[in-house]
Structures are given as C-alpha cells and as structure tokens.
Design a protein around this ligand. Sequence first.
Ligand SMILES: Cc1cc2nc3c(=O)[nH]c(=O)nc-3n(C[C@H](O)[C@H](O)[C@H](O)COP(=O)(O)OP(=O)(O)OC[C@H]3O[C@@H](n4cnc5c(N)ncnc54)[C@H](O)[C@@H]3O)c2cc1C
Length: 365
Amino acid sequence: MARVVVIGGGYGGITVAKGLDPIADVVLIEQKDQFVHHAGALRAAVDQVWEHAIFMPYTNLLARGEFIQGTVSRVDGTTVHVFGRDPIEADYVVLATGSTYPFPAKYSSSKTQVAKARLEQLHENLAGARSVMIVGGGTVGIELTGELANAYPDLEITIVEKADEILSTPGYTDELRAQIVEQLDELGVRVITGSELAFLPPHNVGQLGHFQVSTKNGDEVEGDIWFQCYGSRPNSGFLAGTGYEDALLPSGAIRMEPTLQITGHSNAYAVGDLTDVRESKRADAARQQARIVIANISSQIEGEEPDAVYQPTKEWVILPLGPNMGASQLLDADGSTRILGADQTAEIKGADLMVSVIRSQLNLP
Ligand SMILES: Cc1cc2nc3c(=O)[nH]c(=O)nc-3n(C[C@H](O)[C@H](O)[C@H](O)COP(=O)(O)OP(=O)(O)OC[C@H]3O[C@@H](n4cnc5c(N)ncnc54)[C@H](O)[C@@H]3O)c2cc1C
C-alpha cells in the first residue's frame, strides 16, 4: 500500500489524513498533543468552559493510520525528518503546517497544559483590567473585541486600525462593514482608523500593566492590556535549505499548482494557510483543498493523472461579535453576496463556534 505522510494536524491535515486512511498507509505528524479548534480560541480567551472545549484528542481520528506527536525538522523529497526519530520514507507527502498568529488567537506551545495555563493567566489579567487596546481591525481583532465586550461589559475597548476602515481585506462589502461598525458603536467600542501606532506598549500581549500610547495622527490611547491582532506567518521554516526552497515565496507561503501539488514536486502537496492560494485563509478553505488532494493522491495511487483542480472562492465570512451579535457575508449558489445580521450569525456560528462539526470530524462524541 502507498504510504502518505501528512505533516500538521490542523483543519487541512486531519481532513486529508482521514480521507486517505481507507486506501493508504497514512502517518499524521503533529507537534501538538491535541487538536486546537482555533475558531473557538477567542472565546476561550474570555471563558473558562471554552478554555477546555477547544482542545480535542486525535485518538479516534484514524482507523488504520498512525498518529505521531512530533515536530518535523526537514523534508527531503518524500523523506520526512522528525526530531528524535528515524526518518520516515513516504510515497506522497502533504504539507499542512498552517501559520502562526499572536496569542490568544493561536498558541506556540505544543502542550495543552501550557496553553491552558496561559489562558487562565489571561482570564485573571482581564478580570483586573479596566481598559483594553486591540491593534488590528481585521476579523481576529473584531471577533476578540466582541468576546471581550460580551464577557466584560464594563471594559473600555479601543481598536486601532492603520487602514482607513476596519475589515479592509479586499472582497468584504461596505454593507458588512456598516453592520459591524454599527454594532461596535452599540457596544461602546472606540474605533480609530487611518493611523498606526507610533510605538507599541512596553508589555507583552495579554499582560496586565498600564500604558499610554499614541498614533502617528496624535490619537492618545490608554489601556491595561493590549492584543496584537495581525501578523500571521506560514509555518514553512522546516523547508529552508531543502529541495522545496525554490517553491518558497518571501512571505513564507509555498507556491502551488492548481492541482495543489507543490510547484516542481509531483508527489508533494500542500493545503491551508501554508499555501499561496489567492483567497483569505480559512479553515473551510483548508478543508476544501484537502478534498482536492485526497482526489489527486487517490488518482496517482490508481496509476492515473491527478487532474482535480482547486478553485478559490470569492470572499465570505461569518463574523460573530460574542455569542449573540455579529454579521456575515455569505455567497449564494449564483456567486452573489448576501449579508446576514446578528441573529442569523449567532444561529450559524456564534453560539457553538462549530465545535460539534469538528468533534464529529475527529470521531469524538
Ligand atoms: C482566532 C481565529 C479564528 C478563526 N476562525 C475561523 C473560522 O471561524 N472559520 C474559518 O474558516 N477559519 C477561521 N480561522 C482561520 C483558520 O483557523 C485557519 O485558516 C486554519 O487553521 C488553517 O488550517 P491549516 O490546516 O492550514 O493550519 P492549522 O490549523 O494552523 O494547523 C497546522 C498544524 O500544523 C502543526 N505544525 C506546524 N509546524 C509543524 C511541524 N514542523 N511539525 C509538526 N506539526 C507542525 C501545528 O501545530 C498545527 O496544529 C480562524 C483563525 C484564527 C486565528
């Protein structure tokens, strides 16, 4: 049987691994001891129940294949090197190592216990804070604002966004922005746009400590805690100095063919945040890309050409502002855009944050 090594057990990696498990010898290598459901991470930043709910074991994912907890240090062709282990020879490799993001959106530690300890410290710090500054008014900054406003109604929150408007990613509509601006206003959030901070606060993100900063336009912001809600970077450092270096872009993303093969490597694929696919990075996109990779590796195993191609979609987003508010920009079948308000957004995502979908994917009750 062909051996497929999948590197990274995030949304894309688990989909590929589970999809190929019945027809190949799958090895899934993940540095973390549990799956982290990032879509719930911002609620976990303010809520003690969610602090546990976003971590889920990999134990039930594969019926036949093997899960290895380890960190990949290098990939040569289809030979995968894992720290502290013998190299693993594969017929196909799938890179699904995602991206990093500042805490509390993502955690750098591979140990659940360490991530939970950091979250508990954050809860304590937030309980002692009167004002918070969010730097970055994209989806993560807005969603974190909603969670903070819901959990700590007396907290004064300021968002600082250097672009002229929040949610400035091309493809988000004015109607979506208007809905969110109105709701932020209702929550009493101060929004400063069109100017970046002249300097950052002297404390680490999430740490309690009073500060005063100003924007280049002269707006003053005071706070007790701040969060950096920008600065995602693909996890591709382990490809430096390998045969894959030619396919690496300066951003750290990896250059792909429409079949999701890595450019210049017919038996190596990539999915998710690591790729240079031109659309905003979403778990849903990583899962859709995984389906193309499953089809193409299945074809190659059968001795056929890998001819499934991935089509990036137009921009869409479901953006909760805490459990009861938010707005969404959805795509209809004909490609037109539809905006949903607070009630429908809460119904689709706000309350459960898709936990049940992910638990079912991991074969958990
Ligand atoms: C706060 C937040 C909320 C979000 N909400 C949504 C949402 O509601 N809906 C949505 O569609 N998207 C959402 N996203 C985006 C979504 O989380 C990402 O697009 C998604 O995680 C990408 O999946 P992935 O499989 O590429 O990578 P990831 O999910 O990042 O997984 C990559 C995995 O690879 C592992 N890894 C990295 N390097 C190595 C190595 N060298 N060796 C072994 N393992 C390694 C990592 O530990 C990680 O588990 C959100 C993102 C954030 C930060």
